[in-house]
Design a binder for this molecule. Structure first.
Ligand code: ADP
Ligand code: MG
Length: 240
């Protein structure tokens, strides 16, 4: 049985079709990197996986059951958004936010996760005072105290410096080593090639999905991807 199965998913917004006939599947324990330029549909796909967007054609299954049928899978799915977006005066500390992820009463897990993510010294700080990268680590700790089977991360470490992204990546590797299935999106091709065993290349349609090694060893695929990214980048700047 697949951990996640996405079958013929098409979705969009009134003015744009963001995803077109996207299909792929991953196994329990996989670490899937989703790469694609800005506007490729990565966050739209994540919204669907997380049950935040139910307006799509096609089918998504988690461990064999259609996620339209029940929201149970969400209790075992952790999510780290692209920008957690806490206002600077948001009235909660780091510790408060992480505790919200607890399902049982095991408060010891909060300390354990604060340490694991290197934010134990920030426990009493207000979440809104932290950088986006630090807020993402808080969201990751919150997700992990709920003991997820699947962790979904939307461009973690995108704005972080090299040191904190390396820290983030080593944490991801450790969690995957503990058996958590991970789906993450990133612009960092090098990090995706080092961390992920599977890769999905998205640009509205899926133009590659498979073993990371077969993607990164295929120069013409990598070149196609880089050209598509460059074009998207130039379009964005032409619009601005
Ligand atoms: P990515 O995360 O890969 O940058 P998104 O999924 O955010 O891509 O966006 C895919 C496309 O859908 C883009 O063209 C984007 O402008 C559009 N889009 C995303 N969110 C919305 C929204 N809430 N309303 C309208 N269009 C949107
Ligand atoms: Mg996005």
């Amino acid at each position: 049985m697949h951990a996640i199965e996405v079958e013929g998913v098409t979705a969009g917004y009134p003015q744009v079709r963001a995803l077109e006939d996207v299909s792929f599947a991953i196994d329990d324990g996989d670490l899937l990197g989703i790469i694609g330029p800005n506007g490729a549909g990565k966050s739209t796909l994540f919204d669907i996986l997380l049950g935040l967007n139910t307006d799509y054609e096609g089918t998504v299954r988690f461990f064999g059951s259609d996620i339209r049928g029940s929201r149970d899978h969400l209790r075992r799915t952790g999510y780290v958004p692209q920008d957690p977006g806490f206002e600077s005066n948001f009235p909660a500390t780091v510790r408060d936010v992480v505790s919200m992820g607890l399902r049982g009463k095991d408060r010891g897990r909060v300390d354990e996760m604060l340490k694991r993510l290197w934010i134990h010294e920030l426990g009493l700080r207000r979440i809104g005072e932290l950088s986006v990268g630090q807020q993402q680590r808080v969201m990751m700790a919150k997700a992990l105290v709920g003991e997820p089977r699947i962790l979904v991360l939307d461009e973690p470490a995108a704005g972080a410096d090299v040191q904190s992204s390396e820290l983030f990546y080593s944490i991801l590797r450790g969690l995957n080593g503990d058996g958590i299935t991970i789906v993450w999106s990133s612009h960092d091709l090098d990090a995706v090639s080092r961390l992920s065993n599977r890769v999905a290349c998205l640009n509205r349609t899926l133009f590659f999905h498979g073993e990371a090694d077969s993607f990164f060893s295929d120069e013409s695929l990598v070149r196609q991807y880089s050209e598509a990214t460059m074009q998207a980048h130039m379009r964005e700047h032409a619009d601005a």
